[in-house]
Design a protein around this ligand. Structure first.
Ligand code: HEM
Length: 126
């Protein structure tokens, strides 16, 4: 009986640890997405190539952080695929900004929005 109780308590303990871990990582993605949202708004507003480059770099860092966050098993494959695409597309925009090509960089930024819409849709983000 004592063994049974000990087993039950360790199961409950393991379960609560898993729940804490799950909640913490879900919050991570949410926080990183909020940071991405903030820097992306700046990117959209930028009217000169230097600010665009700076804000895209901030956005990229937030995206890389979000990429490392854990999502539910159901979302994980699509999430990994979409975040990889997003970071790669950010690099294309940064490359144009680096070369001083503002219009081209802005055109690539529009594609970031498309990727967001595509994956928020696929992953059922409300
Ligand atoms: C320009 C690109 C993107 C921006 C600005 C952006 C921004 C955001 C924002 C503001 C939220 C809501 C956070 C909250 O307040 O709860 C969110 C949620 C989310 N986004 Fe994105 N996102 C982008 C791209 C993506 C991509 C490419 C994916 C997947 C591959 C993705 C997956 C998610 C997920 C799973 C959530 C829900 C997070 C949660 O609440 O657990 N996002 N995003």
């Amino acid at each position: 009986m004592k063994k049974g109780i000990a087993l039950l308590s360790s199961l409950i303990f393991a379960g609560s640890l898993a729940a804490v871990a799950f909640t913490a990582s879900a919050a991570d993605v949410e926080d990183s997405m909020k940071a991405m949202g903030k820097s992306f708004r700046s990117v959209m507003k930028d009217q000169d190539v230097a600010s665009l480059k700076k804000d895209l770099t901030t956005f990229r860092a937030a995206a890389v952080e979000a990429q490392a966050g854990k999502v539910s098993a159901k979302r994980s494959e699509g999430y990994a695929e979409g975040m990889k695409e997003l970071v790669a597309q950010t690099d294309v925009a940064i490359k144009f900004a680096d070369e001083g090509k503002f219009t081209e960089a802005k055109a690539e930024v529009e594609k970031l929005k498309d990727i967001m819409q595509e994956y928020h849709g696929k992953l059922n983000v409300k």
